[in-house]
Design a protein around this ligand. Structure first.
Ligand code: RP5
Length: 167
């Protein structure tokens, strides 16, 4: 086990508000937990705590973090601001909001060319898939992670194929 696996988080989960946790961002955490990925969960805001957000993102990259999952709602600029300060992949998850998340989705996805944010579905599905995507990134250099991902998908396929409908 290398130093990063022993102690430092490989993936960061950050959200603009504690209100993003239940129903959405907790599923990114649960997915990473299920795969045994060392990770960190933080509440940091691009507009309420801008300096702390940048400090956390840049120091996390310096300490070996491989990807950041950023969830935000409304004028959702958290993922974009973080992406402007790091070169590791930033995975944006739009939160539900006053406009059912459409505002967050467009804010997160419409990054001008040059600073990419990979954008996922709104809410729970996006948070889950962002975590799975981060695991795919880790699997590039960690064969055990790739095996877990293959098992996870095989289990999902078995669930579908064994589904019995009551007619
Ligand atoms: C964003 O504003 C957060 O990501 C959250 O989705 C939204 C609302 O935040 P609260 O007013 O619930 O703290 O910054």
């Amino acid at each position: 086990m290398n130093a990063t696996q022993a102690g430092n988080p490989l993936v960061g989960i950050v959200m603009g508000s504690a209100s993003d946790w239940d129903g959405s961002m907790r599923f990114a955490h649960e997915t990473l937990d299920r795969f045994g990925v060392p990770h960190e969960c933080r509440v940091l805001s691009a507009h309420r705590t801008p300096a702390e957000t940048i400090e956390w993102a840049t120091s996390s990259q310096a300490n070996g973090m491989k990807a950041i999952i950023a969830g935000a709602g409304g004028a959702a600029h958290l993922a974009g601001v973080i992406a402007a300060h790091v070169t590791i992949p930033v995975l944006g998850v739009p939160m539900t909001s006053a406009l059912d998340g459409l505002d967050s989705l467009l804010s997160t996805v419409q990054m001008p060319a040059g600073i990419p944010v990979a954008t996922f579905a709104i809410g729970k599905a996006g948070a889950t898939n962002a975590a799975l995507f981060a695991i795919s990134i880790l699997a590039e250099t960690d064969p055990s992670m790739r095996e877990k991902l293959e098992t996870f998908r095989a289990d999902k396929a078995k669930d579908i194929l064994s589904t019995k409908l009551t007619l």
